[in-house]
Design a protein around this ligand. Sequence first.
Ligand SMILES: NC(=O)c1ccc[n+]([C@@H]2O[C@H](COP(=O)([O-])OP(=O)(O)OC[C@H]3O[C@@H](n4cnc5c(N)ncnc54)[C@H](O)[C@@H]3O)[C@@H](O)[C@H]2O)c1
Length: 321
Amino acid sequence: MADILLGLKEFSVTFFFILYYWIQAIVLAFIPASWRAKDVAGETVLVTGAGSGIGRLIALRFARLGCRLVLWDVNEKGNEETAKQIKALGSYVKTYKIDLSDRDAIYSVAAKTKEEAGDVDILTKEEVGDVDILVNNAGIVTGKKFLNCPDSMIQKTFEVNTLAHFWTCKAFLPGMMERNHGHIVNIASSAGYLGVNGLADYCASKFAAVGFDESMRFELEMMGKEVKTTVVCPFYINTGMFDGAKTRWPFILPILEPEDTVNKIVDAVLCNQHIVMLPKSLYLFMALKGVVSTKVLALICLYFGASNSMDDFKGRQKKIE
Ligand SMILES: NC(=O)c1ccc[n+]([C@@H]2O[C@H](COP(=O)([O-])OP(=O)(O)OC[C@H]3O[C@@H](n4cnc5c(N)ncnc54)[C@H](O)[C@@H]3O)[C@@H](O)[C@H]2O)c1
């Protein structure tokens, strides 16, 4: 009898909180991000892949919010250009050249970052050396049908798009946990929720990044830690990485503009939002995926053009600067 009562109590409490969080999510959706945003001024933000695209714009937005920036990229020239733009805003910035497909390099540059980022007269070593917000943004795409993907590219795609997240988190999460303060942002993709014709290695690497983020969030929540995570799942963005990729219904699934996308991403981080899908219509597609048959899903993907979206893919034609 006591067991039944305990079970009933647990069920009622769980049911109450399900309703509570559900209503909370609906209410919060109507409150502007600027009213709910946390203050990140003075925090240290590390952005990987900061040398171009949305990584550069994310870094600039955090600099405008008064953060100190640490930029990691394999592309030294692009990274220095981002740093130049951040310096022009009067913000602190430090750059590191790094190949994120190399685990040892990540650990050694992470150690260097913690040590050297303190080389600033007005700030103490600890203040700058501890990363408060880690943005795992760097990513690559092969853009070929599975059997045409070279093994080396499949491997590299996983190293950069997925495994690098594990190693950067191993390097910086302990510091965040110790201070009970921090935020990890994993830039995945809508291709991390829905498989796409012609993107097998990319999709698999992004599915893994989404799974990593979700598991880590549950782990941190169960430990009662105030370290937040946000996983970002955008449709195609007009940065050059997916040049040639197309959409059939731009009103429903538009190719996103980088500035607007980054504003939404950073707003979501400031509001501690867990999952960001852009455009919002993706939430509907993901919900449908859970309830329709695979044949219906295939028809929906064909009708909305997702299945042919990579047919004219060219990718970045010009070297990033
Ligand atoms: N562009 C899109 O359509 C799109 C859509 C959804 C998700 N995303 C994701 O957004 C993120 C940023 O994409 P973007 O469009 O800004 O691309 P981008 O190509 O403009 O930027 C990627 C950056 O990562 C860096 N990088 C690549 N490999 C690296 C390595 N081995 N080591 C260190 N740095 C490396 C590049 O030098 C570059 O500066 C990626 O993770 C991408 O998968 C992009």
